[in-house]
Ligand binder design. Sequence first.
Ligand SMILES: [Zn+2]
Length: 398
Amino acid sequence: MTTYRDLLQQVKSEIEEVDAAHAATRLGGDESPALIDIRERDEWEEGHIPGAVHVPRGFLESRIEQAVPDRDRPIVVYCAGGSRSAFAAKTLEELGYTDVTSLAGGFTEWKRSGFPFDLPRALDAAKRARYSRHILIPEVGEAGQLKLLDSRVLLLGAGGLGSPAGLYLAAAGVGKIGIIDPDVVDASNLQRQVLHSTDRLGEPKVLSAKQTLEGLNPDVEVIPYQERLDSDNVDRILADGWDVIVDGADNFPTRYLVNDASVWHGIPVVHGSIFRFHGQVTVFKPHEGPCYRCLFPQPPPPELAPSCAEGGVLGVLPGIIGSLQANEALKLLLGIGDPLVGRSLLFEALEGSFTEIKLRRDPGCPVCGENPTITGYIDYVEFCMGGAGGHTHAEVAS
Ligand SMILES: [Zn+2]
């Protein structure tokens, strides 16, 4: 009967071994061999030799051709202590690889000898489970998920648009979500603002949002700003560092303030607006596409605003537009796809139709143009503008 010890000894006699010092010299030099780490994932995550490719032993036969297509390229294979890699080296020789060596003493000996090693960032088991449907998409994958977990998104408003946007961004694992909203939860909000609930009536919306989003995903930290954005606090809040702003604001002063601040801070804004059955979404990416002032250089004078009554909105509409905003934000964070820069996507709920319109940068824009005339924050007086036809400029029901 052959014992494991006998078999290992026999295999070791049939393969080449290299000690850590020699391996380190070869790896640093010209014609560096392919370095294959055949340990399990949890071992790999606790550190590996720089430049190594991870091909777990269980997948060695099926994946080695992808990792090392050239069978004449030298390979150094290692495990934790040098035994599994001895068997792996034998397997690789049987597969036709002509120059295979096993690292004697494995990663343990490598570390003990004081050679450098990488501590990779990787998702732990709980995160791999939570984000498995992201990891399965090549355009996201583990690297993309790590990027999302490092990302910071600022939501303007915890209302109709901020609710779906916040929920999907939190579910997606966006690590930090700032929310600006001065208001408390009101009964009339609950028809569409799905972040909140009946038992939170009267609570600050930012705290209600924090409770919902952190309850959905403990990987997310929500930073609440229970204040109205104005020229006094905008720089302080933006200085907290944000990758993307999702604008679900429902008033002109905020809209213009955010536009100007985003141009000066260089932060893309995913803009959404809704009115009755109409919604639209676009991305204002500073200096790559138009900004809000390229389209509407100044707010209309208050006397031209036909109505200051609250605007109505079909409750599901912000769910659709806010979800589209989350989609644009995720694309910007991951650097994938074609964001809606210079394009506005219009949705008509009654028709059930989408229309896209082109938006152009204005070289004469007072903020992002060649000769800006607005260089400091302006606090406009709040007013609203209801009525049919005004919805491209008036978003009164966030
Ligand atoms: Zn502009």
